[in-house]
Design a protein around this ligand. Sequence first.
Ligand SMILES: NC(=O)c1ccc[n+]([C@@H]2O[C@H](COP(=O)([O-])OP(=O)(O)OC[C@H]3O[C@@H](n4cnc5c(N)ncnc54)[C@H](OP(=O)(O)O)[C@@H]3O)[C@@H](O)[C@H]2O)c1
Length: 265
Amino acid sequence: MTANSAPYTVLITGASSGIGYELALCYLKQGAKVFVLARSEEPLAQLTQQFPGRCVAVRVDLSDADDSQRAGEWISQQVPFLDLAILNAGTCEYVDVNHLTREPFEKVMAINWQGTVNSLLFCLPLLRKKILHEKKSSAQTAQLVGISSMASILPMPRSQAYGASKVAVEYLFNSLRVDLVNEQIDITLVRPGFVKTPLTERNDFPMPFAQTTAEAAIRIMRGISKRHWLVQFPWPLVWLMNAIACLPLRAQVWLLQKISRNAKV
Ligand SMILES: NC(=O)c1ccc[n+]([C@@H]2O[C@H](COP(=O)([O-])OP(=O)(O)OC[C@H]3O[C@@H](n4cnc5c(N)ncnc54)[C@H](OP(=O)(O)O)[C@@H]3O)[C@@H](O)[C@H]2O)c1
């Protein structure tokens, strides 16, 4: 494990399934100590059994401020600092504009937005402690990673709740870059396209260029180790969506209406 490519102490939220689980597995295989956070006991227990001593399971509902604070305090007692925190926990609910209800907005914002904020509240002090610690030895920076989505760059159909939550996360992370500029905490935003996970299993529409969690984890970890500000994949979707995003809003909306009608989204 080299100092630059694989952090020693990693914290991953939403590590009980999908992208978070795969990332946890990969960092553990690389020899890191990994705190895995989620509500589900079973998958976290599987990880701790496979990597006793190095994998630490923390059962927590990150949408709950008190539960998150308790979890954060407990983690702070277990390690002096974090090298890397990946705020990945999230969900997706689609909105039916013909039957608008509060529910999808509340569900999505509770974890994608409030859960990210609750996690940040205990992760940032632990990342700052890494800097204080490293000042005494070498000069390696700490790193904060947010998992956004390609959906954040275009007004996608039925994504009024999900897209808004990811735009909010991106704003939060980008504005943190401004305030943390002198603190040696690198910030990375990840925008995955479609990844085959329990979250997307529910999708009833085609998912172009869908990737496996293993493929996604490789891309995310590569971007993190290179300390990229923005990690986007897969390239065909990145190219297509960014090209549409360059068009005037009227053209974007017209195109997205056409695409979604054809794909029956
Ligand atoms: N899959 C994709 O195509 C895709 C694309 C773009 C972005 N993303 C983003 O990638 C992230 C991971 O998604 P995924 O596809 O891997 O989904 P997933 O398999 O459903 O995993 C979501 C993770 O979040 C955790 N979580 C949800 N609510 C939580 C809560 N209240 N407290 C603590 N943990 C909670 C879940 O654990 P518990 O249920 O056990 O708590 C689970 O570990 C999400 O932020 C998602 O928006 C995914």
